[in-house]
Design a protein around this ligand. Structure first.
Ligand code: PLP
Length: 410
């Protein structure tokens, strides 16, 4: 659980916090999509990139130290999952989320969360089966459904009083005898909604009623920007839900996306057996030495860094909101309680998505994530990555404001 009361901990000074997050390292030349892919992505080298979801900030020092220590041994042979890594994950779930699990309920998928969901879809549905996804959606989730030959059934979220809510009435009409899975994103990318337990219970009960298994992508579970608790789907009592797998990851939490790994949490022995068989037979029961080292260090030592990060991100979000409210009141920043993403509604400007995109890229020099890539409901929206220095964020939005103003749009 994240509580604002825990934001500033004794052993990191406010000054260090500001230095750490206000002055992130220069990432250019490190082959990152965010900083070294502008020309291919936007047709222009020098845009301020605020699209793909990784952070500009240096990781917690303990992660770097752990990686350095591991390189002191010059052999990187086949490695198995250590007890200490498993215990680090269980310890994190206990202390951060007050969720007590045992090792037998966890499975590990070293290539990452999207790859794990791809495997789950292949294992628990057949070609032509139907899979429900709530849109707007993180694009890989809908892509997996389409590209594996399954039928994508969209249950669009409803934007109500500037907050997204699930459309249960529509959802009820989505289930057919061919519906096998629902892929949930919780907290939700791109809208930043942290689903309330009551909402998840309602979703769970509908899926149970229709015998539909839930794959719950919870890579943003640790990134709460308001006081409160994230409800892991598999935590819902089994009398209220059916088959389900919850996926968590250290990649988003500790900014180690290029050191992939994913943890699957499942209480159903049969499901675990099927997944384990797939993992073992595709040689995925080997751990990436550096991924495991970094994630373990994060789970054991990264909490203070994370608390400071969340403080910084929520401040970025609030400052961006103030800027928009003051200078571009026709643009709406959707209420988000989690993730480091902001979902911006430009529909009142009455400009097409292409016009908006051209203004952002070629006039303002800013690369945002085009909302249309998240589905039809994303038309008129753009996603912003808040995990950069406040200076860069405000510079980008100053440029956007000037560009929109010169067009008479704000
Ligand atoms: C909801 C969601 N799931 C999964 C991922 C990617 O996870 P991985 O890199 O472990 O595949 C992201 C990355 O942005 C995400 O937002």
């Amino acid at each position: 659980m994240y509580s604002k009361g825990h934001q500033i901990e004794q052993n990191i000074s406010a000054e260090k916090l500001v230095r750490w997050f206000d002055n992130p390292p220069d990432r250019k030349g490190t082959h990152t999509f965010k900083w070294d892919y502008n020309l291919a992505k936007f047709g222009r080298e020098d845009v301020i990139p605020l699209w793909i979801a990784d952070m500009d900030f240096a990781v917690a020092e303990e992660i770097t130290e752990a990686l350095k220590a591991r390189t002191e041994h010059p052999v990187y042979g086949y490695s198995y999952r250590t007890k200490s890594y498993t215990e680090a994950i269980l310890g994190w779930l206990d202390k951060r989320h007050n969720w007590q699990l045992n090792a037998s309920q966890l499975l590990f998928y070293p290539p990452g969360t999207v790859a794990a969901i791809h495997t789950l879809v292949n294992l628990f549905s057949e070609v032509t089966d139907e899979i429900i996804v709530q849109t707007p959606s993180y694009p890989p989730l809908t892509n997996i459904v389409r590209e594996t030959g399954r039928q994508l059934i969209e249950n669009p979220l409803i934007l109500k009083d500037n907050e997204y809510v699930m459309d249960f009435k529509h959802l009820e009409g989505c289930f057919t005898s061919k519906t096998k899975l629902l892929i949930l994103c919780s907290p939700h990318n791109p809208t930043g909604r942290v689903w309330r337990e009551s909402e998840l219970e309602k979703l769970a009960s509908l899926c149970k009623q229709h015998n539909v298994m839930v794959i719950s992508d919870e890579v943003h579970a640790d990134l709460l920007l308001e006081d409160g608790q994230h409800c892991h789907f598999n935590r819902i009592n089994t009398d209220k839900r059916g088959a389900a797998v919850t996926l968590i990851s250290a990649c988003k939490t500790f900014n180690i996306a290029a050191l992939p790994q994913s943890t699957l949490i499942c209480d159903d022995k049969n499901i675990r057996q099927i997944v384990k068989h797939a993992i073992d037979t595709s040689h995925l029961n080997l751990d990436g030495v550096f991924s495991a080292t970094a994630a373990q260090a994060g789970y054991i030592h990264g909490e203070i860094w994370l608390n400071h990060l969340l403080f910084y991100i929520s401040r970025n979000r609030d400052r961006l909101k103030n800027f928009i409210d003051k200078f571009m009141p026709q643009v709406v920043l959707v209420e988000a309680q989690g993730t480091y993403l902001a979902w911006l509604d430009f529909r009142q400007l009455k400009l097409s998505q292409v016009e908006l995109s051209n203004i952002f890229v070629f006039q303002a020099g800013v690369g945002l994530y085009d909302g249309c890539l998240f589905g039809e409901e994303g038309n008129g929206f753009f996603r912003v990555n808040l995990a950069c220095s406040q200076k860069l964020l405000l510079e980008a939005f100053h440029n956007i404001h000037q560009a929109l103003k010169s067009k008479g749009a704000v």
